[in-house]
Ligand binder design. Structure first.
Ligand SMILES: [Zn+2]
Length: 100
């Protein structure tokens, strides 16, 4: 029986790549005397996390969770959308407009 080995290899690679994408990243890091840890470059890349960006750290059921902080309105602190193009929310923009 003849097999198309190239196809089998390609399908296996594609399957492994899909599994790798869904895989959890874990890393062991040392906490320094000020409580700092370094986030591994692979994880920063995966999360599109650039230097200077804020993260939200939560502690629940004995686990720490670090997520990308959502942008907030610079005036009132309200949550804003990731793709919001302004630094203040629409309500604050409206408030500023109405005080003219
Ligand atoms: Zn606001």
């Amino acid at each position: 029986m003849w097999y198309n080995h190239g196809n089998i290899v390609n399908n296996t690679i594609a399957s492994l790549e899909r599994k790798a994408k869904n895989m959890k990243f874990t890393a062991e890091r040392t906490v320094d005397e000020l409580g700092r840890v370094v986030l591994p470059p692979d994880m920063r890349k995966e999360m599109n996390l650039e230097a200077g960006e804020k993260v939200l750290i939560s502690c629940e059921n004995g686990e720490l969770k670090i997520t990308k902080a959502k942008p907030r309105c610079k005036l009132c602190g309200a949550d804003m959308s990731e793709d919001d193009q302004f630094v203040i929310c629409l309500r604050c923009i409206d408030d500023i407009r109405s005080t003219k």
